[in-house]
Design a binder for this molecule. Structure first.
Ligand SMILES: [Zn+2]
Ligand SMILES: [Zn+2]
Length: 335
């Protein structure tokens, strides 16, 4: 009996070793691009790594936002517009503070108006709280728009909601997980994510232009190529080796603002495309054949609420309420 068990376990072990060998062989045949793609798609598998990524992305966002305001308001604008008069400097500084407040306010709204599905919430009725007619309306639209039981948290969750393993919650109309805020973008906070990206793009790209003009005009011509290696730049500043705080920060911004701005532009354009299509990022990535049958303006109102362009100046969740509750989807069909 024992001999049989030993034989079995030896056979199992050798199968596992062989499988590992096969996976390693397959991996060694993969191109660099395929390996990067695999690492990207498997990034959710380790919650610890995801949690660290949440902290790192939020720290990067706040560092770059605050340091850029400091450099622009106290060094760049006073130097570049010295000849233009006090009023020009005043209006430009007011613009910088406006972009800063909009960015910070939308970040806070994105983080705290979460789209988590709660089973016993008046705004998000659970399946048990629905009237028989509501159940019928949601269950007969199509196969994929039925309420279903989440395999992770066990909740009876509405159509288009998905479980995020980093947030460990079912999220209404889940779009994607945003590391910068550490929460999922979904039905209630997608509006803030879009406006946030708009202001990050404006701040990064305008900031990059003026910061470059300032640096070119002052210390950049004397700077050797080695100063663009960021740890060395930080070391020079710490060692008081001829580099001041604002100069070190400017080198940091020159190295990072271009891709921060480009990423924000890409996110902004992609999100507007998703609203026009009436889909979510998750549905597109998963290849779900969702078709939006409503008007484009209805889709914008579903995301931003009424008078939707006003959100770009004033993030008001109470005044401009969204249509629907993220549980019922009359205009969404599955082909
Ligand atoms: Zn769930
Ligand atoms: Zn999430």
């Amino acid at each position: 009996m024992e001999k049989h068990q030993t034989k079995d376990s030896t056979a199992r072990n050798s199968t596992i070793i062989q499988m590992h060998g096969d996976t390693n062989k397959q991996r060694s045949k993969m191109t660099l691009f395929e390996k990067l793609r695999e690492a990207y798609t498997e990034r959710y598998s380790d919650p610890e790594v995801s949690r660290l990524a949440n902290i790192a992305a939020a720290a990067y966002f706040h560092f770059i936002l605050h340091s850029q305001v400091y450099v622009t308001v106290f060094h760049v604008i006073p130097h570049l517009f010295e000849q233009s008069g006090d009023m020009t400097i005043y209006y430009l500084k007011a613009f910088v503070w406006f972009v800063y407040i909009e960015t910070q306010a939308n970040w806070l709204c994105l983080k705290f108006y979460q789209s988590v599905f709660k089973a016993h919430d008046d705004d998000n009725p659970s399946y048990e709280q629905m009237t028989p007619w509501e159940r019928l309306a949601t269950s007969t639209t199509s196969e994929s728009l039925k309420w279903r039981t989440c395999s992770v948290c066990g909740l009876r969750a509405p159509p288009r909601s998905h479980h995020c393993i980093i947030c460990n919650r079912c999220v209404l109309k889940r779009d994607h997980h945003c590391y910068m805020t550490g929460v999922c973008v979904g039905f209630y906070n997608q509006r803030y994510f879009i406006v946030l990206n708009f202001y990050i793009a404006v701040g990064s790209l305008c900031g990059l232009y003026f910061i470059y003009q300032f640096a070119k005009d002052t210390f950049l011509p004397q700077l050797g190529w080695e100063n663009y290696v960021l740890p060395y730049t930080v070391y020079r500043w710490l060692a008081s080796d001829g580099l001041e705080l604002h100069q070190m920060l400017i080198v940091f911004h020159l190295c990072t603002l271009w891709w921060t701005g480009a990423t924000a532009v890409a996110f902004f354009i992609w999100q507007i495309c998703l609203i026009v299509l009436g889909k979510t990022d998750h549905e597109v990535r998963q290849g779900k054949r969702v078709r939006y049958t409503g008007r484009v303006s209805d889709s914008f109102q579903s995301v931003f609420g009424h008078f939707w362009p006003v959100n770009f100046f004033f993030p008001a969740v109470i005044i401009f309420r969204q249509e629907g509750n993220g549980c019922f989807w009359e205009n969404v069909k599955v082909m």
